[in-house]
Design a binder for this molecule. Sequence first.
Ligand SMILES: NC(=O)c1ccc[n+]([C@@H]2O[C@H](COP(=O)([O-])OP(=O)(O)OC[C@H]3O[C@@H](n4cnc5c(N)ncnc54)[C@H](OP(=O)(O)O)[C@@H]3O)[C@@H](O)[C@H]2O)c1
Length: 299
Amino acid sequence: MKIAFLGTGLMGFPMAKRLCAAGYELNVYNRSKNKAEELVNFNANVCDTPAEAIINSDTVIIMLSEYYAVCSTLFNLQNNSVSGSKNILKGKTVIQMSTISPDENILLKDRIEKLGAEFFEAPVLGSLPQIEAGKLVVLVGSEKDQFEKYKDLFNNFGDDIIHFGEVGKASSAKLALNQMIISLTSAFSMSLGYVINMGVDVEKFMRVLRKSALYAPTFDKKLDNMLNRDFKNPNFPVKHLLKDAKLMNNQFAKNGINNLILESVIKILKTTIDEGYSEYDYSALYNSIHPEIKAPFSK
Ligand SMILES: NC(=O)c1ccc[n+]([C@@H]2O[C@H](COP(=O)([O-])OP(=O)(O)OC[C@H]3O[C@@H](n4cnc5c(N)ncnc54)[C@H](OP(=O)(O)O)[C@@H]3O)[C@@H](O)[C@H]2O)c1
């Protein structure tokens, strides 16, 4: 299998590295080429354009930030009109692994199938530590035979590869899971900020929380970041959580799920970004929920 790997950001780079280590022939492309160049050391061919990567491959893996990045990478004629052939996707299989909405994945499927290529979605749950440990969970929305054909490929990222059904189902599940990241982090930030302001011993509070049914492991993962207000070295930055919150907000509104909580969190995430934390770890939303300088939020 020859793979075009498009997008070597925080997630894409270590994912591509794992595929190289497993012996796949990789043609990698990243808009900022410098972020892909180190993959040469792992025998990848680092390409100047998406077209160069796609033309030399039979399978295309996409790990880009959002829908518009996917479209501008896949369909940009200026970048892709190589060898006089505008339809470089014909006969390829495109595997879309970025977190985008079910509607966006369905749009891409229609558009790509019209070009004579196959398409399916495979978003992932987990971040950099899970990639390093080979423990990403891959949620697949595809035809059954596509799932069977590519399961071994996904096993290079983790051993939990789950087929949800057709395109749109896996991305719906992925958004539903990311909604939990938002809700749990916001809920914990509120309680942590409150107990600190009330002079409650945080370790005693955590001891009770850890023993209760209310506990989620993410609380301890983010506790030190919040206590030290240190959100550097993100695995998952605030800007991407805001992107996902907006996608979920649209999906909830369309599906009759009350989205008032999400709308509030979107405002909180925007404040976090306004304060300069766009590229920081998403737990920086704690700073907007519990600012260092006390502000009255009763209204
Ligand atoms: N980080 C996580 O923990 C995590 C976990 C699960 C899923 N995800 C999802 O996985 C996807 C990738 O995440 P990431 O953390 O790797 O993000 P990232 O580090 O921000 O990388 C984003 C990638 O998209 C490219 N890109 C952005 N805008 C573009 C545009 N207009 N045209 C072409 N390329 C563009 C970037 O290229 P440049 O390098 O040139 O900017 C880079 O390759 C996102 O959908 C994210 O929500 C992330």
